[in-house]
Design a protein around this ligand. Structure first.
Ligand SMILES: NC(=O)c1ccc[n+]([C@@H]2O[C@H](COP(=O)([O-])OP(=O)(O)OC[C@H]3O[C@@H](n4cnc5c(N)ncnc54)[C@H](O)[C@@H]3O)[C@@H](O)[C@H]2O)c1
Length: 267
């Protein structure tokens, strides 16, 4: 399989290190600037894994003819690159699911996939239980309340800084309460789990979200409560942040790896 990756940060590098060398024979990475990529990154030793090529625009990625592309760059990269790939028939796994909170972009992606007879794959990412939530939602309205708790450092560079002083926090503090849509749009780098839950069950506008900075939090904690006519349940995941990016849980990398493997070997 020839795998395409959009972005060459924490997730992309972690995935490359975990790829099955016999199943993935070539990797093409879309980066912003190929001049910043060294020969060492290109992986010319087959013992170390598949050869890695770098391109800097989506037309070059399309011309490279990948079998599957994984977007792992961020919300703006979904808007810039994903529709063109889908339109030309390339299937795409979207890690930045939160981008789909933008109704216009979501419709554009759906149209592009229809036109190209391709599909988007939405991974569960850092959250779990989406299969069960989708099933419960078939029985009617479902209320989902999500609470995302991370250490202050993991919220740095986000809109949380406009509300609280992350450097001076001694106790856990809720800094955002609102709908799933508001959360996904205001915290694009942290709210992908919100989008995954919204798309699986309550929808962006009905779902409730609380975001918390907690100096005692060791990793990233995702918990949610589901109430419907047929059941009630709650779920909590305590996940370790990636070495390369504290905001991204290692579970997200594993979820993407699982989707790549399922694509190669559909059950
Ligand atoms: N679904 C989930 O649960 C979940 C969880 C964590 C992260 N994510 C998503 O995955 C994304 C990547 O995570 P990460 O930990 O690898 O982040 P990262 O910041 O380590 O890496 C992202 C890389 O993408 C590059 N990039 C950004 N825009 C680009 C563009 N238009 N074209 C090419 N490259 C571009 C950046 O320069 C950076 O190198 C996050 O932004 C987030 O949206 C999803």
């Amino acid at each position: 399989m020839h795998l395409g990756l959009i972005g060459y940060g924490n997730i992309a590098n972690s995935l490359i290190a975990l790829l099955d060398k016999t199943a993935v024979t070539k990797v093409t990475v879309l980066v912003r600037d190929t001049s910043k990529v060294s020969d060492r990154n290109r992986n010319s030793d087959p013992e170390m894994g598949p050869p890695i090529g770098f391109v800097s625009d989506v037309s070059a990625m399309i011309a490279a003819r990948p079998d599957l592309v994984v977007e792992c760059a961020g919300h703006s990269a979904v808007a810039t690159h994903v529709p063109a790939l889908l339109q030309t028939g390339v299937d795409v796994i979207i890690a930045s699911v939160g981008a789909l909170a933008d109704a216009g972009l979501s419709a554009e992606i759906e149209r592009a996939a229809q036109h190209g007879r391709s599909r988007t794959i939405l991974p569960s990412g850092a959250i779990g239980g989406l299969d069960f939530l989708r099933a419960v939602a078939l029985a009617g309205d479902v209320d989902v309340t999500y609470r995302g708790t991370k250490p202050p450092a993991a919220w740095q560079g986000s809109a949380a800084e406009d509300v609280i002083n992350l450097d001076q926090l001694h106790n856990a503090q809720v800094f955002f309460t609102g709908s799933g849509r508001k959360a996904a749009l205001a915290f694009p780098k942290n709210a992908n789990v919100v989008a995954a839950l919204a798309l699986a069950g309550a929808g962006f506008d009905r779902m409730k979200v609380e975001l918390v900075a907690d100096p005692d939090a060791i990793g990233n904690q995702h918990s949610y409560e589901v109430t419907s006519d047929i059941c009630r349940y709650n779920m909590t995941i305590e996940a370790t942040g990636s070495a390369g990016n504290a905001r991204t849980s290692v579970t997200t990398v594993m979820s993407l790896l699982h989707e790549i493997r399922s694509y190669q070997m559909p059950s």
